[in-house]
Design a protein around this ligand. Structure first.
Ligand code: GDP
Length: 295
């Protein structure tokens, strides 16, 4: 994760001792440290710029309370702004529609879509939901097999795909099946490509229009760093996303993607992938992430 920001700030913050309030000139060095930490954490540059400006606006004029040092006051502002830029409160899945509620999974190949589909199925089944898993990745039979295996491991139902069928046909048939068998939730895993390409975007956009999902989740690998921004932008342009799953936060990703993706898509991060195994999915807490960043 980020280098311990509190530690990084401790030296520059010493210079703030004895100041009665934070001013543009006395917090400059501290803000430079914050900026450097965010750059090292792979947060996208435009996002850093906005973030620093917000911290500055809030910090300047901030009176330093008796108990707090000016440094702690600044760290407090940075913490609050980190929480704010990551969406504030924990965001819930919104499945309040007539069943079956569809969750459409979008993202690049390797982001963790299929794994997250399985994890999400388990998470929902733990809440007593009846879940159907569907794969529309007709281009990669291995991806369909992977989802079938995850269904077996979680005990979720799996919609079998006949060869030669198109993604739209599969989705229509899966929805019929789900209605007939009273599934609460249908999780649709889609084809991922290594890069953004037009045909892929057209296909997933058509599926979205057909399925009218309750949730369209953009799955993105936290290790992608700066690249996550371009991917997020491309998906947000063609799909009405409702949330994000940020995967591989257990790796040595710096976590900057959390700030960037939230800012670029304007959508909340609803889950974090924290392990490869099926129980490695957790609700995303902006407050906890901010504390982890600050150390
Ligand atoms: P897809 O191509 O988007 O469907 O990606 P996959 O679901 O196949 O995931 C790609 C790789 O990332 C697999 O090896 C997964 O086990 C791994 N993976 C996915 N999510 C996580 C996570 O949260 N943590 C870790 N450590 N690995 C993950």
């Amino acid at each position: 994760m980020f280098d311990n920001l509190t530690e990084r700030l401790s030296d520059v913050i010493k210079t703030l001792r004895g100041e009665a309030r934070l001013t543009e000139s006395n917090i400059q060095d501290a803000l430079r440290e914050v900026r450097m930490a965010l750059i090292e954490a792979d947060v996208a540059l435009p996002v850093i710029k906005i973030f620093i400006e917000q911290v500055k606006q809030r910090a300047i004029g901030h009176e330093v309370l008796d108990k707090l040092s000016p440094g702690q006051a600044l760290i407090g502002v940075v913490h609050e702004e980190l929480v704010a830029i990551m969406g504030g409160d924990k965001a819930e899945l919104n499945l309040n529609v007539a069943p079956p509620a569809v969750i459409l999974m979008a993202g690049l190949q390797g982001a963790g879509k299929t794994t997250s589909s399985g994890k999400l199925a388990k998470w929902l089944m733990d809440q007593k939901k009846k879940v159907l898993l569907v794969s529309c990745d007709v281009y990669r039979p291995a991806a369909i097999d992977q989802l079938a295996l995850l269904a077996e491991q979680t005990g979720a139902d799996f919609f079998p795909v006949q060869t030669g069928r198109q993604p739209a046909e599969i989705c229509t048939a899966a929805l019929d099946f789900a209605r007939k068998h009273h599934h609460d939730v249908v999780i649709v895993d889609t084809a991922g490509r290594l890069g953004i390409d037009e045909a892929m975007m057209r296909e997933i956009s058509q599926l979205e229009q057909l399925l009218k999902p309750a949730e369209t989740l953009f799955v993105v690998d936290a290790m992608q760093g700066q690249d996550a921004v371009n991917t997020a932008k491309a998906f947000a342009e063609v799909l009405p996303l409702t949330g994000v799953i940020l995967t591989k936060l257990d790796g040595d990703a710096r976590g900057g993607a959390a700030l960037s993706v939230r800012h670029i898509t304007g959508k909340p991060i609803k889950f974090a992938g924290v392990a490869e195994k099926l129980n490695g999915l957790e609700p995303f807490y902006p407050d906890r992430m901010a504390s982890r960043i600050l150390g």
